[in-house]
Ligand binder design. Sequence first.
Ligand SMILES: NC(=O)c1ccc[n+]([C@@H]2O[C@H](COP(=O)([O-])OP(=O)(O)OC[C@H]3O[C@@H](n4cnc5c(N)ncnc54)[C@H](OP(=O)(O)O)[C@@H]3O)[C@@H](O)[C@H]2O)c1
Length: 216
Amino acid sequence: MRVGILGSGLMGGKLGTLLARAGHEVVFSYARSKGKLQQLAREAHASARAGTPREAVRDADAVVLAVHWSRLDEVLQQAGDLSGKLIVTCCLPMNDDNTGLVVAHTTSGAEVLAHRVPQARIVCAFNTVPSEVLFSIFEDRLETTRPSLVYCGDDASGKKVTAELVRDLGFDPVDAGPLRIARYTEPFALLMGQLAYEVEESPAVAYRFERFSEIG
Ligand SMILES: NC(=O)c1ccc[n+]([C@@H]2O[C@H](COP(=O)([O-])OP(=O)(O)OC[C@H]3O[C@@H](n4cnc5c(N)ncnc54)[C@H](OP(=O)(O)O)[C@@H]3O)[C@@H](O)[C@H]2O)c1
């Protein structure tokens, strides 16, 4: 698939690199320097290239949105027409000093995004995994006990594409339901972040869900 990356930092840079290595055609965009985007494209060792947000979106089968919440309006404006596009968002609606969610409980960042670009198809994914684990999970791509990765959205075809990308990265995709479920996955992502970065000797935070009925 053609995948456009909007925001090529910790998440976008890694997701784009691994999706390129999995065989997708990736365009990295939106960083503070063009040199960084070109370096990412070179290091992906595949058919990846650097471009503008508009170029990343043009002809993309999926657009991965990975910017800080404060950059949302700017990147959307630079991306241009998103009509009919699948936007897979891993953005968390964090405040400026990353201490809390600015949107929670009765709505979610993913739903706010869906209101901002009503002509796009939004799926919320990748936000519950710390970027640090992405490379090792991709390199292992286990046959049986893959870590789970939850995603949610209202667009069936967009979710199918997202599940394929999630699988290509080495995870077991778990459909958590409609986009409003992001009200629960976004705070869950903070728990994952807390475990990953703030709890000493925390457990590995790639997780696997088992069906409740299979337990005991
Ligand atoms: N990191 C994680 O583990 C993680 C996990 C779950 C969810 N998320 C969510 O994913 C999203 C991205 O997080 P991240 O950690 O990848 O953030 P990040 O490393 O800061 O990446 C953001 C990207 O936006 C670019 N950018 C920022 N300001 C810009 C400007 N003025 N002009 C042009 N480009 C600019 C940055 O450029 P530079 O590359 O030049 O800095 C970078 O490429 C956030 O919403 C976050 O909450 C992250």
